[in-house]
Design a binder for this molecule. Structure first.
Ligand code: GLC
Length: 650
């Protein structure tokens, strides 16, 4: 887009910049800057155009992009060009992710490098290492309260250790995902310390107030994120003699994006980690970036403008790097984080599919797919060049973030249904063998979420305790069934560490002062490598889960129809226990997979003529791509075993 005002501004900036960046090979930088500048100018103007220093700030931003480009290695620049050519490379079914806490999984970065073979054995080629930056030893929110955005926690390693890991991962063609906690810092961050010492420049990096007047107005409409441990959204700081906005924990200070210096700092940090080899940057808590009185201060339009601007900036310097949006918000809101359009107003290429995650847990508890079917229909279509991160468990809690109207459509009363799900997974319900614990109980509105490991929530812990073979078997089937959905649904499956060997809840956090109040630590265990070895012993729980997931991953990678190109159709099979959808290939339009998942503990049948009316199962027999079994279609029904699934090649 050529537009005179922005173009002449760019000319001024480049004239001023030229002597500062001496002659370097900047051809690709200039081409990309030219292509993105109109958007950058417009967005920056929308956010900061009212400020007298607007042009100066735009200059600083452009210089930041140029300096970061100069820092980018030739290897990464070559990767940028390659990915520009194959621009939808990340939609391929080849990618399978895995999320770890470095310390808990492998002690440190060097240890993690030694564990890459374990991940490769499973079929993993995308590794999300949760925050590894320097944090205060106690008040750190599992790494999400960052003290220094450019320094790795010394216990985890050094930048050189990360380099060695990245080089090793590149050899294995494994992608690296790193976090940038864009919404807040620790109260021990240098900016917060300067603010506490009274430095007005740094106080403007945060939302600080002399008295409760403005905070009280905000509080009227802002929800509480950690109501039990950090009620309210503001914290009194005695050093400053001011209130500071702390939406998450009291020690996490929200950054003030109304200040362009904050925006520029954070872009610089994103580019720093992209230059260190992060193929994908996970942007934490993006829904919270813009605060507005009288609103929930989530999903505000300006939060989207900030993300669009971050994307445009990243496209200039590190176009090969992708963004993941961590926005655990309502289904209608979450797709907005992909952006409005794949070319203009792009935001994040990937987003967590928290709706699918919560709906899958609902199906486990209810043993049917009623709400799952309604809820999925409620997720708006996403952009073509965008994909989901589909997961079952992660380091956070499970929020029951589905819509009340879908709960009603599924035939339940919302309040009672939410209570049932909570009771089910916390083991209070008489029919439940789940061992979760409540998290984030809000006494004011009764809301609560759930913590617990996949295996414990699926009943494995309870079953092992009483050595009940049938129950052990059933819980393994639940674990496998849930994975079969994230592998086939469309998007990148993200496996949580420990889940492939059925790791249980770990209550040891209760003995740590810094962790005991945060129930999420129950599912952030130290990896049991001795147990992991059991994956090689036929018949063990670890063997059963690991080998099945390994096989599932390998088969997923072979099926073109599992690439994510909006090539999924939900199917109504007239059986409430069955979740059904078809996936079709864009490469070979005749290649289709019919996915049938039975959430009931009894076998369920699907009427074949019902599916034939929709054009499926017209042949004499059909092969299950997962089990390799052939099913003859000369019968009225297909039977799906209890807690079973099939991937029919139809
Ligand atoms: C994200 C993280 C979560 C953290 C929060 C605040 O939601 O996933 O673990 O507590 O941000 O940083």
């Amino acid at each position: 887009m050529y537009e005179q005002v922005s173009h002449s501004t760019l000319n001024d900036i480049l004239l001023r910049l030229a002597p500062e960046i001496e002659s370097k090979d900047l051809q690709h930088f200039y081409i990309r800057l030219g292509a993105n500048f109109y958007a950058i100018y417009t967005l920056f103007h929308q956010l900061y155009g009212h400020r007298p220093d607007f042009k100066e700030q735009l200059y600083i931003l452009t210089k930041t992009l140029a300096l970061s480009y100069i820092e980018r290695t030739d290897t990464l620049k070559a990767l940028d060009l390659k990915r520009e050519k194959a621009h939808d490379w990340f939609l391929h079914q080849h990618w399978v992710g895995y999320a770890v806490y470095c310390k808990e999984f492998a002690e440190n970065l060097t240890g993690l490098k030694q564990r890459l073979s374990y991940l490769q054995e499973l079929g993993i080629n995308m590794l999300h290492i949760m925050p590894i930056l320097e944090c205060p030893p106690d008040k750190n929110d599992g790494g999400y309260a960052v003290k220094n955005f450019r320094k790795i926690d010394p216990e985890v390693g050094t930048l050189e250790d990360l380099d060695a890991l990245v080089t090793n991962m590149q050899t294995r063609e494994m992608l690296l995902v790193l976090d940038v906690v864009v919404n807040h810092t620790s109260d021990q961050h240098a900016w917060a310390i300067a603010a506490k010492e009274g430095d007005a420049y740094y106080q403007d990096y945060f939302h600080v107030f002399d008295d409760r007047k403005i905070p009280d107005v905000y509080e009227e409409t802002m929800p509480e994120i950690f109501p039990e441990t950090a009620p309210g959204n503001f914290t009194w700081n005695a050093d400053m003699g001011k209130w500071v906005m702390t939406v998450f924990n009291h020690y996490q200070w929200d950054l003030n994006y109304k200040n362009p210096a904050v925006f520029i700092e954070m872009v610089d940090i994103i580019l720093f980690w992209a230059n260190k080899g992060a193929d994908i940057v996970r942007l934490d808590a993006v829904a919270f970036l813009w605060k507005k009185m009288g609103s929930q201060s989530q999903n505000e339009r300006e939060a989207h403008l900030i993300l669009q601007l971050m994307k445009d900036c990243c496209q200039v310097t590190a176009p090969g790097a992708l963004f993941i949006a961590e926005a655990i918000v309502a289904p209608v809101e979450v797709t907005k984080y992909f952006g409005e359009d794949a070319i203009n107003a792009k935001e994040c290429e990937i987003a967590y599919n928290a709706t699918l995650m919560a709906l899958l847990w609902d199906a486990v508890a209810t043993k049917n797919a009623k709400l799952l079917n309604h809820g999925i229909k409620g997720i708006p279509d996403k952009l073509e060049r965008a994909t989901w991160l589909n997961y079952i468990r992660c380091h956070d809690d499970i929020g029951l973030g589905f819509d009340d109207k879908d709960i009603v459509l599924a035939g339940y009363e919302p309040k009672a249904h939410r209570k049932f799900i909570l009771d089910y997974f916390t083991g209070v319900h008489p029919d439940s063998n789940a061992r979760g614990i409540p998290f984030g109980h809000n006494l004011k509105n009764g809301d609560a979420r759930i913590a617990g490991s996949l295996a414990s929530l699926a009943g494995l812990e309870a079953a092992l305790e009483i050595n009940d073979e049938a129950a052990i078997h059933a819980s393994i089937r639940v674990i496998v069934l849930l994975h079969s959905v994230i592998m086939s649904f469309g998007g990148i499956p993200l496996i949580y560490y420990g889940d492939a060997i059925g790791m249980l809840n770990d209550a040891s956090y209760l003995t740590h002062d810094a962790k005991k109040e945060d129930a999420r630590w129950i599912h952030r265990p130290t990896m049991h490598w001795a147990n992991a070895l059991e994956r090689k012993v036929i018949g063990t729980v670890q063997y059963q889960i690991f080998t099945t997931l390994k096989k599932m991953i390998a088969i997923r990678k072979e099926i073109d129809a599992f690439a994510d190109h909006n090539n999924r159709e939900l199917l109504d099979v007239d059986n409430p226990h069955v979740f059904a959808y078809s996936r079709f290939s864009l490469v070979d339009t005749k290649a289709r997979i019919l996915v049938l998942c039975n959430f009931d503990t009894q076998p369920q049948q699907v009427v074949i003529t019902h599916l034939q009316k929709k054009g499926f199962l017209m042949q004499a027999s059909v092969k299950d791509a997962f089990s390799s079994e052939t099913i003859l279609l000369d019968q009225p029904h297909i039977e799906i075993p209890a807690l079973g699934f099939c991937w029919l090649n139809t």
